[in-house]
Design a binder for this molecule. Structure first.
Ligand SMILES: [Zn+2]
Length: 108
């Protein structure tokens, strides 16, 4: 599982932190706070570890909220169905990406 500790949207670094107590208090698995440029995630719930798939889904979900908020697309960001489907497709496109490994550049 590869969850970054930060990434950038335009010039703003977005911090990614884990805070199980806070997420449990808020009864959620993740939170995107645009005004703090911060995504908070849980990796356990009531002392039970969350699956990698659940954590990744939540990370992508919160990342899509952050991207839409950065774009000023507040209405789209409030549309949880849109955010969830976009996040699943974004995750799938990242995880199924294949790259050409045999390209050779020649300088003449
Ligand atoms: Zn959401």
């Amino acid at each position: 599982m590869r969850i970054p500790k930060s990434f950038k949207l335009f010039a703003t670094p977005i911090e990614v932190v884990f805070d199980n107590n806070r997420m449990q208090d808020m009864e959620c698995y993740g939170l995107a706070e645009y005004s703090f440029s911060k995504i908070t995630l849980a990796d356990a719930h009531e002392l039970k570890p969350l699956s990698e798939g659940k954590i990744m889904d939540t990370f992508y979900h919160e990342k899509v909220h952050m991207i839409l908020d950065t774009m000023g697309e507040r209405d789209l960001s409030k549309n949880e169905k849109f955010v969830d489907t976009f996040a699943k497709l974004l995750r799938q496109s990242d995880e199924t990406a294949e790259y050409e490994t045999s390209i050779k550049y020649t300088i003449e």
